[in-house]
Design a protein around this ligand. Structure first.
Ligand code: NAG
Length: 215
């Protein structure tokens, strides 16, 4: 009985490890060769003998993102695309700047959990659990607070102050991806048939068409 339980627990743990983040590396590093024409799961490794210290370096995360846009926020991502040394390591980083009352709109990272810390300002944050509960888990964060958004769940942040706010987010993928809900649903290319969205959102087709015209 006991051993069966142990085997089950081990299997469960293995599954959790396998699916919680990017696959584990099988060598010290696999610096991304971003010019390789070969498609693999991740990015092809550069010859380790040609790897330089700069391959593990990104400079400029001190630079404030320009938040003069409709949302009042700016995300500066440091993923494998900006920092080739992240390839196969299952982590990345983002700087998020907020204008006063700016928002980082509801979005999800298909491949990563996110742990966010507030460096400056005060943020209202939240995520929604999956169907059928769709429970909103929300919190007001101040400087120094750390909050986690579990993998795949829709989440958002809002600056609830008259000052600019700054947050740093760690992500459990070298390439977390982002699906901004409004853009994906109302701004896809080509458009999703407005009749489908009208039923899904329980409004008239013209309401959908008006929203689509803004994206
Ligand atoms: C974010 O800030 C950078 C640097 O100022 C700027 O180049 C970029 O256009 C901004 N992005 C948005 C969405 O405003």
């Amino acid at each position: 009985m006991m051993s069966r339980f142990l085997i089950f627990s081990l299997l469960l743990a293995t599954c959790l490890i396998a699916f919680a983040s990017d696959p584990s590396p099988l060598q010290d590093f696999c610096v991304a060769d971003l010019n390789s024409p070969v498609f693999v799961n991740g990015v092809v490794c550069k010859d380790p003998n040609l790897v330089q210290a700069d391959d593990f370096l990104f400079r400029g995360l001190n630079i404030v993102g320009d938040t003069s846009n409709a949302l009042g926020s700016n995300v500066t991502a440091v993923t494998v695309a900006q920092l080739p040394g992240l390839n196969t390591l299952g982590i990345s980083l983002a700087r998020i700047d907020f204008a006063p009352w700016g928002i980082n709109p509801p979005h999800t990272h298909p491949r990563a959990s996110e742990v966010l810390t507030v460096i400056e300002g005060c943020l209202l944050v939240g995520f929604v659990t999956s169907n059928p509960e769709n429970r909103l888990i929300t919190k007001i964060l101040v400087k120094g607070d750390v909050f986690v958004f579990p993998q795949g769940l829709i989440h958002f942040q809002k600056n609830i102050g008259n000052e600019c706010a700054l947050a740093l987010a760690g992500l459990s993928s070298q390439n977390p991806g982002v699906i901004t809900i409004a853009n994906a649903v109302f701004g896809s290319n080509p458009d999703i048939d407005p009749k489908i969205l009208a039923k899904a959102f329980r409004v008239d087709v013209n309401v959908i068409e008006e929203i689509q015209s803004k994206f």
